[in-house]
Design a protein around this ligand. Structure first.
Ligand code: COA
Length: 287
């Protein structure tokens, strides 16, 4: 599908946005899109090379960007990274908690350290970053926006990704708690739950082989995976001053995948429609 451009070029001017995991995957796409819409974007991640490349790509199209390598599991490293980004870009007023860790595993086989690694990145990392920006905003009497990328199973749980499910549920609870607690400071917090959007990081870990990919597509009533521009349009809107009353929300963007899984007769949506109608008509009592 062709990307659709609904926004003014300066939609995000005045925003200085920190994006964790901003060097690769959806984080990179969000960074490029937000920079193109006038935000100054500071990206954080563990590996310098993709961060550097993403900042170069932002600058190539006239955007303003900076990077700071950090492991968000360490609160002191988060503080140092925000200091470094602010010294280059000025005071930050936005954060996207995007960095994540995940893998498929039977839960009985998880080592305590495996559980810990994912929960430390997703839940503790999001808390450390949210706390760091929140404290600075409150201290400076600045308003701001914080967005967390979660997943539809943050609400339901999911088999075989237990550490991620537990951590994402926690991030959602944090979003909803702080939306209320920090509304008085003019800080908005929202969460977005994407369905499958192809990225190297997620698909290499969660989509083993083309058969799984085919099955995954069959669970999506829209019959396709998401495209990055579809997510970045939603994120740009939520992070902009076009949505000042939206806070504490969870917005799902998944082609109705999550609803499909919970609906008993959803399978009919995948039959040829004429065949489905014929089947349903055959069950209608004759008069
Ligand atoms: N199945 C079971 N256990 C696993 C695992 C897997 N696929 N991958 C890692 N682990 C375990 C390791 O064995 C280790 O436990 P142990 O010390 O008891 O053996 C523990 O997890 C930590 O692994 P390590 O590789 O040292 O951790 P890390 O902190 O470098 O990496 C991960 C963190 C495991 C989350 C890694 O997958 C990662 O860096 N992911 C980031 C990117 C990502 O996941 N993106 C997708 C988002 S959807």
């Amino acid at each position: 599908m062709e990307p659709f451009e609904p926004f003014r070029k300066d939609l995000l001017s005045g925003k200085t946005t920190i994006i964790t995991g901003g060097g690769t995957g959806l984080g990179r796409s969000m960074a490029l899109r937000m920079a193109a819409l006038g935000a100054k974007v500071g990206i954080v991640g563990r590996r310098p090379a993709p961060l550097e490349e993403t900042v170069a790509a932002m600058r190539k199209t006239g955007g303003q960007g900076a990077f700071a390598p950090a492991d968000i599991r360490e609160p002191e490293a988060v503080a140092r990274a925000v200091d470094a980004l602010e010294s280059e870009l000025g005071p930050a007023n936005q954060l996207i908690n995007n960095a994540a860790g995940n893998f498929l595993a039977a839960s009985e086989d998880l080592s305590p350290n495996a559980f810990n690694s994912v929960v430390q990145i997703v839940l503790y990392g999001s808390f450390h970053c949210t706390r760091e920006l929140g404290r600075r905003l409150i201290e400076r009497q600045q308003t701001g926006e914080i967005l967390s990328i979660v997943t539809s199973y943050a609400q339901t749980g999911s088999a075989f990704v237990l550490p991620s499910a537990v951590a994402k549920a926690g991030v959602l609870a944090m979003t909803r708690s702080l939306a209320v607690e920090w509304a008085a400071y003019g800080i908005r917090l929202n969460a977005v739950a994407p369905g499958p959007f192809p990225t190297e990081g997620a698909f290499s870990r969660l989509m083993p082989g083309s058969e799984m990919e085919k099955q995954a597509r069959r669970r999506i009533p829209s019959r396709r995976f998401g495209e990055h521009w579809e997510l970045t349009n939603l994120v740009a809107y939520l992070m902009s001053d076009a949505s000042p009353y939206q806070t504490g929300d969870l917005v799902t963007i998944d082609g109705a995948e999550a609803l499909f899984s919970g609906q008993q007769f959803a399978g009919f949506a995948h039959l040829d429609r004429a065949a489905a109608k014929e089947l349903m008509a055959s069950l209608k009592p004759k008069r």
